[in-house]
Design a protein around this ligand. Sequence first.
Ligand SMILES: NC(=O)C1=CN([C@@H]2O[C@H](COP(=O)(O)OP(=O)(O)OC[C@H]3O[C@@H](n4cnc5c(N)ncnc54)[C@H](O)[C@@H]3O)[C@@H](O)[C@H]2O)C=CC1
Ligand SMILES: O=C(O)[C@H](O)CS(=O)(=O)O
Length: 486
Amino acid sequence: MVTVKNTPITVQNYIGGKWVPSSNNETYNRENPANIEEIVSICPNSTTEDADNAVEAAQEAFKSWSQVPAISRAKYLYKFAELLEAHKDEVAELLTKEQGKPLGESLGEVNKTISEVRFTAGEASRLSGETLPSERENVQIRTVRVPRGVIAAISPWNFPLVTPLRKIAPALAAGNTVVFKPASVTVAMGAKIAELFEKAGLPAGVLNLIIGSGRSVGNQIVNHPKVRGITFTGSTGVGSGIYEQASKRLVEVQLEMGGKNAAIIYDYPDVEGAVAQIVGAAFAAAGQRCTSISRIVINEKDADRVYAALKEKAEAYVIGDGLAKGTSMGPLVSQDQLETTQQYVKIGHEEGATLLTGGEISKQDKEGYYFQPTIFTNVKPDSRIAKEEIFGPVLSVMTADTFSEAIEIMNDSEYGLAASCFTKNKDYVDQFVSQAEAGMLHVNNGTISESHAPFGGLKASAVGPYSIGSTAKDFFTDLKVVYDAN
Ligand SMILES: NC(=O)C1=CN([C@@H]2O[C@H](COP(=O)(O)OP(=O)(O)OC[C@H]3O[C@@H](n4cnc5c(N)ncnc54)[C@H](O)[C@@H]3O)[C@@H](O)[C@H]2O)C=CC1
Ligand SMILES: O=C(O)[C@H](O)CS(=O)(=O)O
């Protein structure tokens, strides 16, 4: 039982319904990012042989799981959601200890996961095909959706609960079995997910958890001949490598990757209201959301008001341990993320941008990966801080002379995940909706997605069908066309 009260937690793989250590018995430690002296979990450093075992277990379980009626499969998901709800506080606490985000945000992630899993359980009863007329007499044509087989689910560390469930739940609802590889720094949450499914009575082998590095274990499942689909969330660099490897085996992928999401404020009288929403979308999870707003494009005439409001809101953040009362921004997830953020702040200075606020490590009583919410103004659209994904609490502000120029700056990015536009001008709304090159568009609100709507992106942000919503089944099922002359 993974319980946060007794850290360090010893985490194991879950393969074929059994909790097992790595076959070489090697482990590594994961520290609490808010207090690096505290070890949260001792984790198996699994081998490629362990990964093969997980795939074999999933392949074996597929034979019977794919025959379970869809409505019965959904019952396991409803049970999982019920258990998650019952253990909500404990799971949120673990999430904060391992990932760093404030407890309120962790509870939000747990609640969102419950909603998404319930929605997806309902999708099991909507795995419908279509009927078509034939050119011939006495022939009927219909399409049926069938599960693909073993699905590899590879997830990042920023949303260690909701992102895996966005993969596992639709895979199971459609009748697939799963090999799940969480990010190496958030594996206790991975084990919690497997544990709740075990409690929900999910048959052995239907969900398998394998813990280890992306380069060895992740790569092994991506290339395993029995894996019939790969759903991945993570960086564009790793995602494109997976795409290349999967294409050699002609295996379908669903890739959700990086973002450099922009918000425009143009012809919007309530500038302060817009800024409040943008700041929330920029600094939630300490800026480590793929949908974080990391660029703002504004009308020069609003600059003074925007800068004043940005500074006030950013400086109101209370940085600290996410478990402490009153904390509104926790630490970054790791030393790597902290160093990357510091490096980009240095680049911002070198590129001549003006630091409006932040830019420093935040000193706290306990040593952790704390960094201040940081805002640069006078950022040049072609500078590195305006173009590269930082994945930390750094926001870049640019100005545009016209709304069309603002759209151009927004679109001048290799990414296309989410975009936001604050305006009261109906023509600008139409222009934004038709021209913004992003998968999720938000008019007069921040980049918050909902539990039943498709989630995905364009350009270098995504490949394959969007997850959640009505589109998930396009990735998690194969389609057969039946010509029936019975
Ligand atoms: N578009 C979206 O929905 C989201 C995208 N992200 C993106 O994720 C990134 C941050 O997450 P990270 O965990 O640092 O990303 P990452 O790409 O480093 O790792 C993601 C996962 O892939 C695994 N992995 C690494 N190398 C692999 C390989 N060669 N083969 C198979 N698996 C491998 C890792 O172990 C981890 O489980 C950011 O770029 C962010 O934008 C994060 C959340 C949502
Ligand atoms: O970064 C992400 O994965 C998403 O922003 C998570 S969520 O906000 O859609 O739940």
